[in-house]
Design a protein around this ligand. Structure first.
Ligand SMILES: Cc1cc2nc3c(=O)[nH]c(=O)nc-3n(C[C@H](O)[C@H](O)[C@H](O)COP(=O)(O)OP(=O)(O)OC[C@H]3O[C@@H](n4cnc5c(N)ncnc54)[C@H](O)[C@@H]3O)c2cc1C
Length: 392
C-alpha cells in the first residue's frame, strides 16, 4: 500500500541532498527527503572535525536557500589567500582574493553546521516532508513514477527520484549504473590544531611525495588539517601519541606556521576517485558523492555537489516552464550530460595533480615546479585558477 505520493523524492539528507530539497522546493514541488541516520548536531562549544572549503558559488546557493546568513552568524572563517608549495623543489603558487577585488576566496565551514542549518530551514517548509532514520531498500519502476520501499516497510510513489545518498549510493546500484575510478590507497587524516604563528586567514598546502598536507584557517585562530598520506604511513601517524604526531606534523609542514599543538583527536578517511558512468536513469538523477568522488586536495567535493544542485534546479524549472514534468527524460539527460562533462574535467584535473605531485622522477619534479612558477607569474592563467577557486 502506498503511504505517500510525491513529485520528487530525495534519498540522503547530507549537505547536498538537504540543499537540493530546499532549492527545488522553490519550484513549488511536493518533496520527500529520506535520511537513514540521525542528523549530526552542531555545537557552539566544540568545533567539529569535518570542515569544507566553501567556494563563492556555493555560498550563493546557500544564500538563495536562506541559510548562509545563519551559518555566518554561527561560525565561518573567510580565507583571503592560498599558498601552495612543493616539498621537492622550488615551485610555489599564491592566490590572493584582493587581486580579483574580492574580500575572500571562500569560507571554511564545519560540515555539520551546514547540514544542521539546512535541516532547520527544511523543517519550516510545508512542501517538504522529512523522513528521518529510514533507509531506502528497493525501487520499482511503474508507468507513471517510481515506487520506493523503505526498510521500515513504508512505500512512497514519486515522479522523480534524486540520489544524494553518498559514495556508496544504493539508488545508483539499484539503477545498475556502474562507476569508474580508483582507490588512491591513501587516507586523509583530519584534526584541529593550534599553531604558534598566525594562520593569516590563508589556506596553506604543501605537496609531499606521499600526498598533500593542508592547514585551513578557523575563526578562533586554530587550523583544521587534512593530511593525505599513503595508507601505511597514515596508519603509523594515527598510532602516534599527540606529542609525536604534532612534532611530525610541524616537520612535514616545514614549521611554516611554527610549532603545532593538538586540539582534537584525529580521524582518517579513505580517499577515492569515482565517477558514475551516467548521472541519470529513467526518472532518476544522481547528485554529489553519489555521482562523483574527488581527492580532497583542492577541497572541491561538496562544491561540485552544490553545483549539481544549482544545475538540476535550473533544468527541472526549465522543464516545467516548457510544460514538461520534473522527470522529463530529455531534460534529465541534459542535466546529466552537462554535469558529467564538468565533473569529469575536475576529476581528471585533481587526479593529474595528485599523480604529478606523487612522483619522485626528476623530470616530473622539474616540470611541475616550472608549471607552478609559470601559473604564479602569468596573471591571465592565475586568474583562471582563482576563478575556479571562487567557483565562477
Ligand atoms: C578528508 C576529506 C576532506 C574534504 N574536504 C572537502 C573540502 O574542503 N571541500 C569540499 O568541497 N569537499 C571536501 N570533501 C568532500 C565532501 O566531504 C563530500 O564531497 C561531501 O560530504 C559529500 O556530500 P553528499 O551530501 O553528496 O554525501 P554524504 O555526505 O555522504 O551524504 C549522504 C547521505 O545519504 C544518507 N544515506 C546513504 N544511504 C542511504 C539510504 N539507502 N537511504 C537513506 N539515506 C541514505 C547518509 O546517511 C548521508 O547522510 C572532503 C572529503 C574528505 C574525505
Amino acid at each position: 500500500m502506498i503511504d505517500q505520493q510525491t513529485d520528487i523524492t530525495i534519498v540522503g539528507a547530507g549537505m547536498v541532498g538537504a540543499a537540493a530539497a530546499l532549492s527545488l522546493s522553490r519550484g513549488g514541488f511536493n518533496i520527500t527527503l529520506i535520511e537513514a541516520n540521525e542528523i549530526p548536531q552542531w555545537s557552539e562549544q566544540e568545533y567539529s572535525l569535518r570542515v569544507s572549503a566553501i567556494s563563492a558559488a556555493s555560498e550563493r546557493l546557500l544564500e538563495d536557500v536562506c541559510v548562509w546568513q545563519t551559518i555566518l552568524n554561527r561560525r565561518a572563517s573567510p580565507y583571503e589567500a592560498m599558498r601552495v608549495w612543493d616539498a621537492s623543489g622550488s615551485g610555489n603558487l599564491s592566490f590572493d582574493a584582493a587581486d580579483s577585488g574580492q574580500a575572500s576566496l571562500g569560507h571554511i565551514v564545519e560540515n555539520n553546521l551546514i547540514n544542521a542549518s539546512l535541516i532547520e530551514e527544511i523543517q519550516n517548509k510545508s512542501n517538504i516532508s522529512f523522513i528521518i532514520g529510514s533507509r531506502l531498500s528497493a525501487l520499482k519502476w511503474m508507468n507513471d513514477g517510481i515506487q520506493l520501499k523503505l526498510e521500515n516497510g513504508k512505500e512512497i510513489r514519486s515522479t522523480l527520484v534524486i540520489a544524494a545518498d553518498g559514495g556508496n549510493s544504493q539508488v545508483r546500484k539499484l539503477c545498475g549504473i556502474g562507476v569508474s575510478g580508483h582507490d588512491y590507497r591513501q587516507t586523509g587524516i583530519v584534526a584541529r590544531v593550534r599553531t604558534s604563528l598566525p594562520h593569516e586567514n590563508t589556506a596553506w598546502q604543501r605537496f609531499l611525495p606521499s600526498g598533500p598536507l593542508a592547514f585551513l584557517p578557523l575563526a578562533d585562530g586554530s587550523c583544521s588539517i587534512v593530511w593525505s598520506a599513503d595508507q601505511q604511513r597514515a596508519a603509523d601517524l594515527l598510532e602516534l601519541d599527540d606529542e609525536e604526531f604534532s612534532q611530525q606534523l610541524a616537520d612535514a609542514f616545514e614549521h611554516r606556521l611554527g610549532d603545532v599543538e593538538m586540539l582534537s583527536p584525529r580521524a582518517g578517511f579513505p580517499l577515492l576517485l569515482a565517477n558514475a558512468d551516467s548521472y541519470s536513469a529513467d526518472r532518476v538523477v544522481l547528485l554529489g558523492d553519489a555521482a562523483h568522488r574527488v581527492h580532497p586536495l583542492a577541497g572541491q567535493g561538496v562544491n561540485l555537489g552544490f553545483q549539481d544542485v544549482i544545475d538540476l534546479t535550473a533544468t527541472v524549472l526549465e522543464a516545467t516552464q516548457n510544460g514538461r514534468g520534473p522527470a522529463d527524460p530529455l531534460f534529465l539527460r541534459k542535466y546529466a550530460r552537462k554535469r558529467r562533462a564538468d565533473a569529469s574535467i575536475m576529476l581528471a584535473g585533481m587526479d593529474g595533480i595528485q599523480r604529478a605531485f606523487g612522483s619522485n622522477l626528476q623530470l616530473v619534479c622539474k616540470s611541475r615546479n616550472l608549471v607552478m612558477d609559470l601559473i604564479n607569474q602569468l596573471p591571465g592563467l592565475k586568474q583562471f585558477f582563482v576563478n575556479r577557486a571562487l567557483g565562477n
